[in-house]
Design a protein around this ligand. Structure first.
Ligand code: TYD
Length: 137
């Protein structure tokens, strides 16, 4: 399973750092939604779902967290701890977010508006869905 990480360009000078993200330039899709998680309680794992068509880029813009990606046949844990590093999460990919530091802010850039019907929240249903679609690798 290939983990796709984007290293964004920080525009640093004596004042500090700035990262700019543009759709179809730094981000490989049209950005239709942005959301972020913060004040995550210690020990919590979030996510536990896949998307049928949504693509996302996850950026831990403050603090750190870990992302478990699972394509139905393989699973990998990816630490996110740099504000200039983005993790691409394709559709048909089960994800869990955990090990949030108390100061973590996890920013998500998403290719679609919120649509509950795009979620697969049951792991067996996910396996069935990708098997049916033939996208498991
Ligand atoms: P939830 O799907 O439980 O988050 P996670 O996948 O991280 O566990 O979302 C938490 C709540 O926020 C839930 O009530 C749905 C709502 N929500 C929106 O309204 N819009 C969004 O874009 C997202 C991601 C969630």
């Amino acid at each position: 399973m290939q983990v796709v990480k984007y290293m964004f360009q920080p525009h640093g000078d004596a004042r500090g750092q700035l990262v700019a993200l543009e759709e179809h330039v730094d981000i490989p899709f049209t950005i239709r939604r942005i959301y972020y998680m913060y004040d995550t309680a210690q020990g919590v794992t979030r996510g536990y779902h896949a998307h049928k068509s949504l693509e996302q880029i996850l950026v831990c813009i403050h603090g750190s967290c870990k992302i478990r990606l699972d394509n139905g046949s393989e699973s990998k844990v990816v630490p996110l701890e740099k504000p200039y590093e983005g993790l691409y999460v394709a559709n048909n990919m089960w994800r869990e977010m955990f090990d949030f530091s108390p100061d973590a802010v996890l920013l998500v850039l998403a290719s679609e508006l919120y649509d509950e019907s795009d979620y697969i929240r049951d792991y067996d249903e996910f396996l069935n869905f990708i098997g049916k679609e033939g996208t498991a690798q």
